[in-house]
Design a protein around this ligand. Structure first.
Ligand code: NAD
Length: 308
């Protein structure tokens, strides 16, 4: 039997490399910094490609991947993979849904608290030797609007309840029973935007997703709202967001995700005094990386058994 060739094209937990390398008839190549050009050249030799979010697996890569049978994403978002092209070629997709839910939800709460109290500003003042006060808002009694009430959205709701927040949720599927567990209510997007003090986004996106918050939506939100985004940047249109930040309609935008381009508007948002960013660390905890690794290895082994 021919050995199966696996290429790991992004940095992953060593568990994945060790476990897969220990299997019979499996050859693992670890190239965590591989460039797009190199990947385009080398991909034809591989049966399995493992990526995180750095490597974009678009139609060009997939067309060059003559032997590819499995694309594995060490994480949850599949927006860096052209799923349509992969499905046309019969390539299986393997990922680790749920493995980073708790870590991503905890980071979201961290961003909510940071934005509400501007902990970032106060810390910067202290480092600069200034003992200036920053007046924030309490979360207790405020309304949290959750857009996308799946694994992470619903976990955020549970945590926010501990702060005494009220929950509104918007989703394209019926999540009313799940929201009722936290005494919350599923509402339309308009109702959520008009009634939330803090809006947090947790929708899944694909390579073709359109923004959910644009000019019309920013016109509906409450004055001084906080917007938090740990899902993907594409769900927010940068132009209207910048206007909302400049007019203070959005008092703080806190995000763990970035637009792909570097347009003037996007650059202005990154530098805006009321926009705060973390470096895409939602899943970046020891616990989450290990859970992702274990789930991914299990799923890859299962799929290899199916396609061999
Ligand atoms: P999930 O599939 O469990 O939940 C997503 C929910 O969004 C579903 O209920 C779905 O019906 C809903 N949805 C999809 N499109 C929608 C739309 N247009 N409007 C309203 N609702 C919509 O996914 P999850 O595990 O909760 O992950 C949510 C997001 O978090 C994903 O985009 C994922 O990529 C991102 N994520 C980010 C990090 C990070 O490092 N920042 C870590 C993990 C996950």
């Amino acid at each position: 039997m021919e050995p199966f060739n696996i290429l790991i094209a992004d940095p992953v937990d060593s568990y994945i490399i060790d476990k897969l390398s220990a299997l019979e008839l499996i050859r693992v190549r670890y190239e965590p910094n591989i460039s797009r050009g190199e990947l385009l050249q080398k991909i034809a030799n591989y049966d399995v490609l493992i990526v995180r979010s750095r490597t974009v697996v678009d139609s060009e890569i997939i067309r060059n991947a003559k032997k590819l049978k499995i694309i594995a994403r060490a994480g949850i978002g599949l927006d860096n993979i052209d799923l349509e092209e992969a499905s046309k070629r019969g390539i299986k997709i393997v990922y680790a849904p749920g493995a980073s839910t708790n870590s991503a939800a905890e980071l979201t709460l961290g961003l909510i608290v940071t934005a509400a109290r501007r902990i970032d500003k106060s810390m910067s003042y202290f480092r600069e030797g200034k003992m200036e006060k920053v007046t924030g808002i309490e979360l207790f009694g405020k309304t949290l609007g959750i857009i996308g009430y799946g694994r992470i959205g619903s976990r955020v709701a549970e945590m926010a309840r501990a702060f005494g927040m009220n929950i509104l949720a918007y989703d394209i599927i019926d999540v009313s029973n799940k929201v009722a567990f936290v005494n919350g209510k599923q509402v339309s997007l308009e109702e959520l935007l008009a009634n939330s003090d803090i809006i947090t986004l947790h929708v899944t996106v694909d390579i073709k997703s359109r923004p959910i918050l644009g000019e019309k939506e920013f016109s509906i939100i409450k004055e001084g709202s906080i917007v938090v985004n740990t899902s993907r940047a594409v769900v927010i249109e940068p132009g209207p967001l910048l206007e909302a930040l400049n007019s203070n309609k959005v008092s703080c935008y806190a995000a763990d995700v970035f637009w792909e381009g570097k347009s003037d508007v996007e650059t202005k948002i990154y530098a805006h005094p009321n926009a705060i960013f973390t470096t895409h660390i939602g899943a970046q905890t020891k616990e989450s990386q290990r859970r992702i690794a274990e789930m991914l290895v299990q799923n890859i082994i299962k799929e290899i058994g199916g396609v061999r």
